[in-house]
Design a protein. Structure first.
Length: 63
């Protein structure tokens, strides 16, 4: 697991907590911040997946 995947997991978790807290407290702004953080997490995960795919392709070419 590389840095992008770790960052993605952390952002997604942070977003889920914020979104949940916003729902419980009725704070729409906090809910929206949570949704943004979750989207950032998904973007970092996708970037990590692309890096993994590129690394795997490069490894396959070396063989």
């Amino acid at each position: 697991m590389d840095r992008e995947h770790v960052k993605g997991i952390a952002d997604h978790a942070k977003g889920a907590i914020k979104e949940g807290a916003g729902k419980v407290s009725g704070d729409k702004e906090l809910q929206n911040e949570g949704k943004v953080d979750k989207a950032k997490g998904a973007a970092h995960k996708a970037a990590g997946d692309v890096k993994d795919a590129a690394r795997d392709a490069a490894d396959a070419l070396k063989k």
